[in-house]
Design a binder for this molecule. Structure first.
Ligand code: F0G
Length: 456
């Protein structure tokens, strides 16, 4: 079957808001045309993010009752440590309150002023932490990733020539680590091939540069490797995941995605010295190294979530849901990023609204209009998310100007996705009437979260 049905039964339900267009008009004005600022109770189908929005299983909820909330040495930490060692293969794990907590510790420990951190496309919080510690981010993703219409099975791959050029230009000692995201969120949830991961590791080893993964959506990446890389067709998701991680020296993880929990994250590494220094810092920012910002019950839910995440039927259905929505939109002629990735469908706002130049925030207005049209909440991933160049103060102008329809894990059904598609398609039909926005409030850091806009 092309789109496998849900491999779970629904035991608990959560009603969501049904609103009128008039109500939504008031709500979006109050929210400054920023979908981040809408109240949850004003939203119908919520595709803002797949982060922390997962439905946990009965097994995970049962684990929540087994929380050992001891200040130190919680048995849930020991369980989580065992599970991470088993599935991810790293020696040491430092729990954090979420992914950016791990990014903070990694960037603080490894980066020195004037360093360069290459990565396969930026992510907002990841780059913000790198820059905060004095590094410049350098994009080393393959060029195809910047073209929304280019079909490529592994559009998240690192361009080895770009990486080699940077090493030649600045010297290996100015590169504290290479950050490889598996998958690449802002490229459209695009995967990295096993072969590319192997090659990146080999190149970095020659120059003694550590490789750190952003493992946030690593299970989705493992699924694409199984689907698209011949040698792995018969391999299990768990085995693929384990091999992927063997090409890294450590990772940051937002457990809110592929660990199937609502909160939590961790930092992993094999180097004992780095681990020891990380345990010193985690005490300062998060908590004891045996809980690092998470309750015992949250660590138990995460340990159980990691085991569930490598189930083939779970991950096959998850990716199929994204593809289902993407296929419906493509059939109706709506421009989306191709191929559809692992966690979302991305509308190409440049092609959707060709009459709006990037300074009029086409993706921002498209997200606001989709909410008005249908009550569906999505997220801008374009010029607003990209922020400003720290040196020049100019807007970063990413080639990709996108709206992300992000599918939470185990939350919605194909029928919900039909409704989403209907909303997008009816908006597409009246796209000529959509006008741009001006920014009237701009926060200095990570502006997309709280910026406010008005119609032009
Ligand atoms: N790395 C990637 C690739 C992410 O997508 C995120 C979060 C983080 C790191 C940070 O993790 O939120 O747990 O601190 N992405 C969310 C999103 C916010 O909606 O894409 P966090």
């Amino acid at each position: 079957m092309r789109y496998p049905s849900e491999p779970y039964k629904i035991k608990v339900v959560e009603p969501f808001a049904v609103t009128t267009r008039e109500q939504r008009q008031t709500f979006i004005e109050e929210a400054g045309y920023n979908t981040f600022l809408l109240k949850s109770e004003q939203v119908g189908i919520d595709l803002l993010t797949d982060s922390g929005t997962t439905a946990m299983s009965d097994n995970q909820w049962a684990g929540m009752m087994m929380g050992d909330e001891a200040y130190s040495g919680s048995r849930n930490f020991l369980h989580l440590q065992d599970i991470v060692r088993k599935y991810y293969g790293f020696k040491y794990i430092v729990p954090t309150h979420q992914g950016r907590g791990a990014e903070n510790i990694l960037s603080t420990l490894m980066i020195e002023d004037g360093d360069y951190v290459p990565g396969n496309m930026y992510f907002t919080t990841t780059r913000a932490h790198q820059e905060r510690n004095g590094a410049s981010f350098v994009d080393i993703i393959i060029e195809e990733a910047h073209n929304s219409q280019f079909d490529h099975p592994f559009k998240g791959n690192v361009d080895l020539a770009k990486l080699q050029d940077l090493i030649n230009r600045v010297g290996a000692d100015k590169i504290p680590y290479v950050c490889v995201a598996v998958t690449v969120n802002l490229a459209g949830g695009q995967p990295v091939s096993m072969q590319n991961l192997r090659e990146v590791k080999a190149l970095c080893s020659r120059h003694k540069i550590p490789v750190m993964f952003d493992a946030t959506r690593c299970v989705e990446n493992a699924f694409f490797i199984k689907e698209r890389e011949e040698a792995y067709r018969d391999a299990s998701i768990a085995d693929i995941l384990h091999e992927m991680m063997s090409y890294a020296d450590g990772c940051t993880m937002s457990g809110k995605k592929d660990c199937l929990v609502n909160i939590g994250g961790f930092l992993c590494m094999n180097d004992h010295d780095l681990y020891q220094r990380a345990t010193e810092i985690v005490v300062l920012f998060e908590g004891m190294p045996s809980y690092g910002g998470m309750a015992g019950r949250d660590m138990e839910a995460m340990a159980r979530g990691i085991e569930e995440s490598v189930d083939y039927h779970y991950i096959q259905h998850r990716v199929a849901q994204c593809r289902y929505l993407g296929d419906k939109l493509t059939e109706a002629g709506v421009p989306i990023v191709r191929p559809v990735g692992g966690h979302a469908v991305f509308l190409d706002a440049r092609a959707f609204l060709p009459h709006l130049e990037q300074e009029k925030f086409p993706a921002q207005v498209l997200a606001a209009e989709l909410y008005l049209e249908s009550g569906v909440r999505s997220m801008e991933r374009g010029i607003v998310s990209a922020g400003r160049n720290k040196q020049t103060g100019e807007h970063h102008k990413p080639k990709l100007e996108l709206v992300r329809l992000t599918i939470p894990r185990r939350v919605y059904t194909y029928a919900h996705l039909d409704d989403v598609a209907e909303g997008v398609i009816s908006l597409f039909k009246r796209r000529d009437q959509i006008k741009g926005l001006k920014m009237v409030y701009e926060p200095r850091l990570l502006r997309f979260f709280t910026a406010r806009f008005e119609p032009l």
